[in-house]
Design a protein around this ligand. Sequence first.
Ligand SMILES: Cc1ncc(COP(=O)(O)O)c(C=O)c1O
Length: 406
Amino acid sequence: MFRINENYLKLPGSYLFSTIGKKVGEYSSANPDKEIIRMGIGDVTLPLCPAVIERLHSAVDEMSRQETFMGYAPDLGYEFLRNAIVENDYKARGCDISADEIFVSDGAKSDSGNIVDIFAEDTKIAVTDPVYPVYVDSNAMSGRTGAYDEAAEKWSGVIYMPCTSENGFVPELPRETPDVIYLCFPNNPTGTTLTTEQLQVWVDYALKVGAVIIYDGAYEAYITSENVPHSIYQCQGAEACAIEIRSFSKNAGFTGTRLGFTVVPKALKCGGVSLHALWARRHGTKFNGAPYIIQAAGAAVYSPEGRKQTGEQIAYYMNNAKVIREGLIGAGYDVYGGVDAPYIWMKTPEGMKSWDFFDYLLEELNIVGTPGSGFGPSGEGYFRLTAFGSAENTVKAMERIKAGKA
Ligand SMILES: Cc1ncc(COP(=O)(O)O)c(C=O)c1O
């Protein structure tokens, strides 16, 4: 008789956003006249920019003609896209990354979930707390996280690195030595960043203890501060200890179109084995490439028009972030993030539990956000609002918060 992967049964219950969806659904069915403003899920709302749409159309036309039709994409992705990535995201920032170190994919979620495939079964992972849940859950699915403690909301085999207002949301080096360290900056959910010097500490540490850093830079495009690195490869020695994962979702609105990439430098080795070779093998075996039309559209993001238009979209969201930040500060809340990220992380008032504050916002102000505790135990007492809504709704939400009523 077949057996299932029992690690799946260890995963804790309902998913954060389905619980939120259920609560909001019940509230709006009971109160159909209320206008609910959604600032919960981190999905973009602006349509794809004209440069991307034009290239999508022309790439579709290419697929209709015998001479320009494209079948399976090359394993690593089309060279035109990998070259554009190298020029714009790496060379322009002084990083020594070459096109054959880039693996184009269908997004950062898949890559951050799949990367576990190339590490040993007894790999010890370290994550920041709160954290984007995919890193922990994907390791739990492959049996690397030990037992789940419901009360503590922690896995026995995971090293948690609390990021709270007390340490300025900067993780401290762990006492126990991890094999793989997940870092995401600008951070989801806290919206905070590390300076180049702070990230260099992690690179030096990983090199010293022989760990790998999985660096998730999905929100890189939102960085506005000078001393915040856009890539981990801006730190010295990072090519020998870091894998970087990037996405077209938040910089260019590809959440529904799907495109991302992972950088595995050839210098990154375990003993004599290159991680690049392992990931190439994994990618070539289990993934058959992002669609040509989507990769063509991705390259259009780097065209002069594409850069200008996506830049305007980011500026639109960041203006919302400013409105939220200033609105909340004006209303007396402790507020973090929102300067280099589309996420605003706030302390709940008077030590209120995250879910109680969720209920208060939904029922009294008709605003939906995300309870911080959903991202890990150190998120308790915090709350996340996103800047991805419309400018009108963002202003309206802040008016409600200031007035204390809907
Ligand atoms: C930190 C982080 N990484 C990755 C993703 C997923 O990116 P993608 O849409 O490319 O799968 C998200 C999406 O919210 C995210 O917050």
